[in-house]
Design a binder for this molecule. Structure first.
Ligand SMILES: Cc1ncc(COP(=O)(O)O)c(C=O)c1O
Length: 391
């Protein structure tokens, strides 16, 4: 039996970096050196300078490539550094078709940086394949997918978009932050590059900012590797180690959080003061069946809408257990306000168009007992005015 024969949860622990070959250490050593002595003037060793290659960062890059099933992984200083570096595969005059329900930082990068560099874009509702098809232009070079999307949890058919991209001669990028390879493996569905904010579930403890990219084939990997070295937004070694440690418990954390998220989603869905619940694990979610088909679960992030901003303010000021903060995917539950946090970079008009209202909250479910969270939410709801919410 080789590592590849093991199930995902076993491979989190038993992979190519299970043991340090030099010492037998069962934790990857942190190699701080920025440079490496070269014994020969004509022939340098494998490592020469840590921006180009560092053994600790390399271990994380190898492990994420194994877990996503790609040719090569790359670790960056943040999710945005990974996403921005991947966009540098494009050139002036190229065009990107991108999901309209996208993380606010990616929206900012595309609308305010790529535009300045002469790279065009069209936002589409990626759940509508006809709209995706209509957006294709002769210069379309990439399709950018985020699924489930942030913050409305819309689900894109990765296989269908990848097929369209191939027929167009374009690449498919998938932001897999919400599900991670524990629940969804976009490269197996036809995508070319998987991107992650490793700050979230992969690292999992709200103590590191990191980004990862995994590329399906060697030729594209060589191009992204060139960009990683040229642009230089690499992940530091301490942070690479923290992500490696977090990864070991990814499966158990995500499955536990997901189980709680299902319970909480049903509670919110039945609550008279909640107008809408967005969660692909609910039977009425428009892409519930697709989600079941392309992923192994709906994940642990959901969004819900209260009656109005006043109700939201009352709820947030009385809820006690979740931290009220930017970010998601941690051991503690995180309640976020997309309009002022993850999507603050999106103009109010664009938020409104996308349905990101001022009474929408996003919840990333952590490892607390879900019954404690439900009791906490129930007491916080009692402070919102008893309304006339109609579902
Ligand atoms: C879906 C998604 N992609 C990318 C990012 C950006 O990652 P980072 O904050 O690590 O730069 C985030 C951050 O919230 C995110 O939620």
């Amino acid at each position: 039996m080789t590592n590849e024969d093991y199930s995902f949860q076993t491979r989190l622990l038993h992979n190519s970096h299970k043991i340090d070959p030099a010492t037998g250490a069962v934790s990857v050593p942190i190699q701080h050196a920025s440079t490496y002595h070269q014994a020969d003037i004509d022939q340098f060793g494998k490592y020469d300078y840590s921006r180009s290659l560092n053994p600790t960062r390399e271990a994380l890059e190898d492990v994420i490539a194994e877990l996503e099933g790609g040719a090569k992984g790359f670790a960056f200083a943040s999710g945005m550094a990974a996403i921005s570096t991947a966009f540098l595969l494009l050139s002036a005059g190229d065009h990107v078709v991108i999901t309209e329900d996208v993380y606010g930082g990616t929206f900012r990068m595309v609308t305010e940086v790529l535009t300045r560099l002469g790279i065009e874009h069209t936002f589409v509702d990626m759940t509508n394949l006809e709209e995706v098809r209509q957006a294709v232009r002769p210069n379309t070079k990439a399709f950018y997918v985020e699924t489930p999307s942030n913050p409305l949890l819309k689900v894109t058919d990765i296989r269908a978009v990848s097929e369209l991209a191939k027929a167009t001669g374009a690449l498919t990028f998938v932001d897999n932050t919400f599900l991670t390879p524990a629940l969804q493996r976009p490269l197996e569905l036809g995508a070319d590059i998987v991107l992650h904010s490793a700050t979230k579930f992969l690292a999992g403890h709200s103590d590191v900012v990191a980004g990862l990219a995994v590329v399906k084939d060697e030729a594209l990997a060589a191009r992204l590797g060139f960009l990683q070295n040229s642009f230089g937004a690499i992940l530091g070694v301490q942070d690479a180690w923290l992500v490696l440690r977090g990864l070991k418990t990814l499966h158990v954390r995500l499955l536990q959080s997901q189980q709680s998220a299902v319970k909480i989603a049903h509670f919110l869905d039945a609550h008279p003061l909640v107008r809408n619940v967005y969660y692909p694990g609910l039977g009425h979610h428009p892409q519930h069946a697709l989600q079941k088909l392309e992923a192994q679960g709906p994940g642990a992030v959901l969004s819900f809408e209260l009656e109005d901003e006043e109700a939201l303010r009352a709820f947030v000021s009385h809820v006690k257990i979740p931290v009220f903060a930017v970010s998601l995917g941690a051991v503690e539950s995180i309640l976020s306000y997309p309009a002022k946090m993850s999507h603050a970079a999106m103009p109010p008009e664009d938020r409104r168009k996308r349905g990101i209202s001022d009474s929408l909250l996003r919840l990333s479910v952590g490892l607390e007992n879900p019954d404690d969270l439900i009791a906490d939410f129930e007491q916080a709801f009692s402070y919102t005015k008893a309304g006339t919410t109609v579902k």
